[in-house]
Design a protein around this ligand. Structure first.
Ligand SMILES: [Zn+2]
Length: 346
């Protein structure tokens, strides 16, 4: 039995670090696990300009421990009035790494999102020209579409046409949750990839209703049936270069989750690599963990691989029930459970 795994230092290609006191409370968790992370722009108000992104990056760097060399990679929140010139200039200056498409009202703080992809055609054309990745929250938002079908319907209604219209555009289909998404990404060209979260690899939709309402298992896109979880596990651990790590770690204070109208989001940053390693081991694919966590992402983005290494040891890790944060607390993913791997601290 393998007792330790040493891999290139991993990156997180999708994280919510928030702002203010919550940013100060959570940034160190991601910085401990990852060298770089794609930081989501859905603050309130959202990060829509390169000036806002530069200022947000400075706040993230200021929130890190003094000895951290963590590198936040910033994204632009696309709106109907997105400015192609500012986005392209921000990308050229190294402020923006990618831009994010949220269909309006798809998830937390996405009210400003794009109401129709037709409104951002010139921005997408420019991004295609300059090789700037488009990150997509792939769900329709129509209230008449069942919530468990919104990702599959988005593929048919929006994603196929978007990719046909911009065949060279680099597209990351983010936090995929369905067999349909896996099939779509598998058959698409090399410019289309996907991230997969630890929670969608571990839980199916039953987790939200196990013995009662379980708000800490609620996220968007919502977890789907078991057949979809199994398809995601197969894709993540397959060794395909189209899939890479993106935690979608999304902290909410405990009272915002345990509420009559609880927020969507799962906070998995503190034990993300331990959680992914458990999945890869269960699937007999520990030899594919490094590609998923540390190689496929930077290669897709055209960024250098991390040169330093990290080691996971076989050593039981107890996940606490709650973690203190910003004068309140957050319930981490898999709270109260124990995982078999432990990421060594530097
Ligand atoms: Zn997200």
């Amino acid at each position: 039995m393998t007792d330790q795994i040493t891999i290139r230092r991993p990156d997180d290609w999708h994280v919510h670090l928030r702002d203010g006191d919550m940013l100060k409370a959570v940034a160190h968790y991601t910085a401990r696990q990852f060298a770089r992370a794609i930081v989501m722009p859905n603050l309130s108000p959202p990060v829509t300009t390169s000036a806002q992104a530069g200022a947000y990056r400075d706040r993230i760097l200021a929130a890190l421990p003094a000895d951290s060399d963590f590198q936040p990679l910033m994204t632009c929140y696309l709106t109907d009035s997105a400015d192609a010139d500012d986005i392209a200039a921000g990308f050229a200056a190294g402020i923006f790494t990618a831009a994010k498409l949220y269909p309006a009202n798809a998830t937390t703080n996405s009210a400003h999102g794009v109401t129709d992809v037709a409104n951002i055609q010139s921005v997408l054309g420019r991004m295609q020209d300059i090789g700037m990745p488009l990150l997509i929250h792939g769900e329709v938002t129509d209230s008449d579409i069942d919530i468990f079908d919104r990702e599959a319907v988005f593929i048919e209604r929006t994603l196929k046409d978007l990719i046909a219209g911009f065949p060279e555009l680099k597209v990351v289909f983010e936090h995929i949750t369905t067999q349909q998404a896996v099939q779509f990404v598998d058959q698409a060209g090399p410019n289309v990839a996907a991230t997969i979260t630890p929670h969608h690899l571990h839980i199916n939709r039953n987790a939200m209703f196990q013995g009662g309402m379980r708000p800490h298992a609620y996220c968007l896109p919502v977890a789907k049936r078991e057949q979809h979880r199994l398809a995601l596990r197969q894709a993540a651990t397959s060794g395909s270069s189209k899939y890479f790590l993106g935690t979608d770690s999304a902290p909410h204070e405990i009272h915002a989750k345990e509420s009559a109208c609880g927020c969507a989001g799962i906070f998995n940053a503190p034990y993300a690599m331990e959680s992914y390693a458990a999945v890869f081991e269960e699937e007999g694919a520990l030899d594919h963990l490094e590609a998923f966590a540390s190689i496929n992402g930077p290669q897709f983005y055209g960024l250098p691989l991390n040169e330093d290494m990290v080691t996971l040891h076989r050593s039981e890790t107890e996940i606490p029930d709650i973690l203190p944060a910003a004068g309140t607390s957050i319930v981490p993913f898999q709270s109260g459970e124990s995982l078999v791997w432990r990421l060594a601290t530097a």
